[in-house]
Ligand binder design. Structure first.
Ligand code: CCH
Length: 292
């Protein structure tokens, strides 16, 4: 079923811009939730919906929004994402013509752009799949592991070392929760602003293993208020990864450019080209740009 058939009309850029705006407006309705924004958890939803892609079998990815179904919804890697899916449910009710895959990825785009991040080229065309399309557990990265594991996971999606590092910069946003992953704390001092701070901190701060009852994670020596996962830390210890970490720490515009390209591609994994509503991706406007 194409986007057109599902909608009963052919949705255009202006229709998707309306969905974007509705998502953008609800980001700050988070109240006491975390750091006052649903943005980070929506970025994580977009990523976990897409990062299940396997290029060998051409399965997984954002096309079918299979995280709606068990057992994928219950995979430990997806703990906490029911919150993100729940936040978007009223948006789906308001615009019933949009597919879940389009909604979740568009919400990730809105969350990045509204948090002062780069423009993420995006296009519509994902369709809703079925329970039979759910992906097996183990396709998303395990934070307790190292560089080899990161490569296994991301090469399987078709990414290279530079793109692994660029994508990891999304950890500028959000935090870990003991009741979701077991890890605790934010990576940066401003977890609701998209920036290259994650790389600057990785590169410039001294990191030590935190002494606590939880899983192995690092803390910054100076304030002990920030965290890094074992998989984050390999971005400054692995020879091939660390040159990109340095490049992104030194120049935020280089990071923004590379992140935008890699994240845009991540969100398109597993979607047959014939499904896209347009060949050229769109650039959605931020709320601020529309006020001008
Ligand atoms: Fe991540 N991430 N991520 N991550 N992630 C977690 C949270 C966020 C890994 C592990 C974790 C990416 C890559 C990796 C976000 C975006 C991206 C958490 C905490 C763990 C653990 C979950 C919790 O407890 O709530 C690992 C391992 C990798 C390996 O590469 C990529 C790529 C992206 C996006 C491009 C965002 C955003 C969050 C914050 C979520 C929140 O709720 O604040």
């Amino acid at each position: 079923q194409s986007a057109k058939a599902a909608a009963g009309f052919t949705p255009k850029l202006e229709d998707y811009q309306k969905v974007y705006n509705t998502v953008a407006e609800l980001l700050d309705e988070a109240g006491d939730y975390d750091d006052g924004s649903y943005g980070p958890v929506l970025v994580r939803l977009a990523w976990h919906a897409s990062g299940t892609y396997d290029k060998e079998t051409n399965t997984g990815g954002s096309n079918y929004a299979t995280m709606r179904f068990a057992p994928e919804s219950l995979h430990a890697a997806n703990n906490g994402l029911a919150i993100a899916r729940g936040v978007l449910e009223p948006v789906k009710q308001k615009y019933p013509w949009i597919s879940y895959g389009d909604l979740w990825t568009l919400a990730g785009v809105a969350a990045i752009q509204e948090a002062s991040g780069p423009k993420i080229p995006w296009r519509a065309g994902r369709i809703d799949g079925f329970e039979k399309d759910v992906t097996p557990d183990g396709r998303l990265p395990d934070a307790t592991q190292g560089a080899d594991h990161l490569r296994n996971i991301f090469y399987r999606m078709g990414f290279n070392d530079q793109e692994i590092v660029a994508l990891s910069g999304a950890h500028a946003l959000g935090r870990c929760h003991t009741d979701r992953s077991g890890f605790e704390g934010p990576w940066t001092f401003s977890p609701v602003t998209f920036s290259n701070q994650y790389f600057a901190l990785l590169w410039n701060e001294k990191w030590q293993w935190r002494k606590w009852n939880g899983p192995k994670q690092l803390e910054d020596k100076k304030t002990k208020s920030l965290m890094m996962l074992p998989t984050d830390y390999v971005l400054v210890t692995d020879k091939s990864f660390k040159k990109w970490t340095k490049a992104y720490a030194d120049d935020e515009s280089v990071f923004f450019k590379d992140f935008s390209a890699a994240f845009s591609r991540l969100l398109e994994l597993g979607v047959p080209t014939t499904q896209w509503v347009t060949q050229t991706p769109w650039e959605l406007k931020t709320l601020a740009e529309q006020e001008e």
